[in-house]
Design a protein around this ligand. Structure first.
Ligand SMILES: C[S@@+](CC[C@H](N)C(=O)[O-])C[C@H]1O[C@@H](n2cnc3c(N)ncnc32)[C@H](O)[C@@H]1O
Length: 388
């Protein structure tokens, strides 16, 4: 699909607060396997909270319930958000599983959230799995910001989910406030949010294994309700007829360690880049210097020169290759975040040129270059330097 159409889909999704994007089982499995590969005891003895996850829909609940014993979990808690509190108004029908349960309540099924817990072999079949989930209605609607869910957060060791897109920032702040481990899905643009970037810089949050990555030619793909009005070629049907959409720039954010984070990025020297780079913007050229910060602009992560001692501005997608032993993050070269790390405001004549001649926004704190007398502002850059 054309980029503009795809972006329009996502803008629309955001505008309408379309939060009902459900994660596929194999995406969860692949990501969690990477943490386990790095540390087989990642989940051992832990209480895991899935706070935006109705088991009837959520593959997170299914995945962790199925693997309860293999991972050595202590407790699994999964809570869901009340149907009537959701932005999305569906033609909701409670499941037979719920209706046939003695605690079924016609009012609560719409107004209250639900909690599912797994700790023991309730069914007595000799194993703990998805059939042993025990459930009840929550007192409230299951909003993660409520006191009721906050208590569960405080009890948990690790919080894992795909949170509502429209509340991503608030959701991460909610986890950080309680100093919990987490693995959550979000969009790459979140890197440019000041609060999220500040966590990245402090090494309190990093990208997971899959991040802004097309696999088999596709971005991460989610199930959506059938009546979601999303169009374009990135919408498809699953083998069993469910509507799905690929979302560009999506990936995992976490503070659990994994192997990719410790792999050094293989790089060429500055001279070799200029001689041999596959990028026409680099080959046979000099790296440009910013006008308002002492750093060179590196437009591609694989063109970071291995021998450059000073600061470098790199695309935000670099963060998925970031190895904290190899690089130090100085800051983000946009607006107030830029000012904070010493990016100078526009020179008056450049600001005037940008606004009047180029008819573009000129935000102080954004990195810019002067190329043949023309103001050039690259897309958001992370300022980094080599550690050694
Ligand atoms: C992106 S979906 C993902 C669902 C599930 N975690 C998954 O990956 O399949 C986010 C879910 O959070 C729910 N939600 C929205 N606002 C919420 C809130 N304030 N508290 C808890 N859940 C909320 C939405 O209704 C939606 O079902």
């Amino acid at each position: 699909m054309a980029k503009t159409a795809k972006n329009k889909n996502l803008r629309n999704a955001n505008k309408a607060k379309m939060d009902e994007f459900y994660t596929q089982f194999h995406d969860i499995e692949k990501e969690m396997s990477a943490y386990l590969e790095f540390n087989p005891k990642t989940f051992n003895g832990k209480t895991i909270l899935l706070p935006c996850d109705d088991p009837e829909w959520s593959n997170f609940t299914k995945f962790f319930a199925q693997n309860f014993e293999r991972f050595g979990l202590k407790k699994l808690i999964s809570t869901s958000y009340a149907v009537e509190s959701k932005n999305y108004k569906s033609n909701y029908q409670p499941s037979l599983f719920e209706v046939n349960d003695p605690q079924y309540d016609e009012y609560k099924t719409r107004k209250n959230g639900k909690i599912f817990t797994l700790t023991r072999d309730k069914s007595g079949d000799g194993k703990i799995d998805v059939n042993d989930l025990e459930w009840t209605y929550l007192k409230g609607d299951g909003d993660f910001r409520s006191e009721e869910i906050k208590k569960l957060r405080d009890e948990a060791d690790i919080i894992i989910t795909n949170p509502p897109f429209s509340l991503f920032r608030e959701f991460v702040a909610w986890i950080i406030e309680a100093e919990k481990k987490f693995v959550v899905i979000g969009n790459m643009n979140a890197i440019t949010y000041r609060d999220i970037f500040s966590l990245i810089k402090q090494n309190k949050l990093w990208t997971g294994v899959r991040f802004n990555q097309r696999l088999n030619g596709k971005n991460m793909t989610f199930f959506v309700p059938d009546d979601y009005e999303l169009s374009g070629t990135e919408v498809e049907m699953s083998a069993d007829g469910k509507k799905m959409i690929s979302v560009a720039g999506t990936g995992w954010y976490t503070n659990l360690d994994h192997g990719r984070r410790h792999e050094p990025l293989p790089l060429m020297t500055k001279q070799d880049n200029i001689k041999f780079s596959k990028h026409k913007e680099i080959k046979g050229k000099e790296y440009q210097k910013y006008e308002n910060f002492d750093a060179i602009d590196v437009p591609f992560t694989d063109a970071i020169p291995s021998d450059y001692k000073g600061a470098m501005g790199v695309p935000i997608s670099f963060l998925n290759k970031y190895n904290p032993e190899q690089f130090e993050i100085i800051g983000l070269g946009i607006s107030n975040s830029g000012i904070e790390v010493g990016v100078q405001p526009y020179k008056p004549e450049h600001k005037k040129y940008r606004k009047e001649i180029q008819k573009r926004g000129a935000v102080d704190g954004d990195l810019y270059m002067m190329i043949n007398g023309i103001v050039e502002v690259p897309y958001a850059r992370v300022l980094i330097k080599h550690k050694k």
